[in-house]
Design a protein around this ligand. Structure first.
Ligand SMILES: O=C(CO)[C@H](O)[C@H](O)COP(=O)(O)O
Length: 253
């Protein structure tokens, strides 16, 4: 498989560079989801076929299927204590390394796997790097039970913060509700410019029925930005604010 468009070439550059820049024999690796992370998984499979000894933990059923196809040995988080590194894509990443993830609907497993990793590297093309997060719709994963009520709670919070009401994610092909790998639904919030990503992350996750949201603050340690020419740049974003905020009051009421 070959990258065709300039953006696809940039994604390929970032994904394949991550193998050479970060992966070493014996590592346990979180395998991200999305097209950029999938270039990483394919390059990792090629390295495994040349003798590299690693195991991966996939962040989606799609990545699991690809890893099996390209020959990356897999394990489960239940079987290992910590992962050495996770390589994953992003829908947006700011200069501090705060990200919007979950455009492909895999945010929950991605967040859990990143959290179990000593290091997280975001692989992106240049279009993903932004000054302010929010042009990309923020995915919020909710359990199906009473999802309408959860959506209303999210809407109340967003309205109070000056944002528009969010939408349930439907398949563009047939209008059916998108269902995640954990059997949940996705609510997309159209925020345009997120004033305080760290605070919003915590406030959203406090709403009953919300399982996870796509704001990953303090998760990425470094990012690789690929370009269509095949070159890449590695940026340290280690100074990003870490840890979720201490929540002192319930939201969504
Ligand atoms: O979070 C994700 C999937 O849930 C992806 O990492 C994100 O959507 C980026 O995808 P791509 O590399 O295809 O642009």
């Amino acid at each position: 498989m070959q990258p065709r468009t300039d953006q696809e070439k940039a994604k390929w550059a970032a994904g394949t560079a991550a193998v050479h820049a970060y992966v070493r024999d014996g590592m346990k690796i979180g395998l991200g989801s999305g097209t950029t992370a999938h270039w990483f998984v394919r390059a990792l499979g090629a390295a495994v076929s040349e003798g590299l000894d690693v195991v991966g933990v996939p962040t989606s059923t799609g990545t699991r299927d690809l890893a099996i196809e390209v020959g990356v040995p897999l394990t489960m988080l239940a079987e290992v204590d910590r992962l050495d590194i996770t390589i994953d894509g992003a829908d947006e990443i700011d200069h501090d390394g705060a990200m919007i993830k979950g455009g492909g609907g895999c945010l929950l497993w991605e967040r859990i796997v990143a959290d179990a990793s000593d290091k997280m590297v975001a692989v992106v093309d240049g279009t993903k790097v932004v000054d302010t997060l929010g042009a990309f719709p923020l995915p919020i994963e909710v359990i199906p039970f009473a999802w309408e009520s959860t959506q209303r709670s999210i809407a109340r919070l967003l309205t109070r913060l000056g944002y528009p009401e969010p939408d349930l994610r439907l398949r563009t092909s047939n209008g059916e509700t998108v269902i995640t790998d954990s059997g949940n639904y996705l609510i997309d919030a159209h925020l345009q410019a997120i004033k305080d990503p760290i605070a919003l992350d915590g406030r959203l996750n406090w709403i009953p029925g919300v399982v996870e949201n796509g704001l990953f603050t303090g998760v990425a340690d470094e990012m690789i930005i690929g370009s269509a020419s095949g070159e890449y740049e590695i940026r340290d974003v280690h100074s990003a604010p870490s840890a979720r905020p201490l929540i002192t009051s319930r939201e969504g009421k």
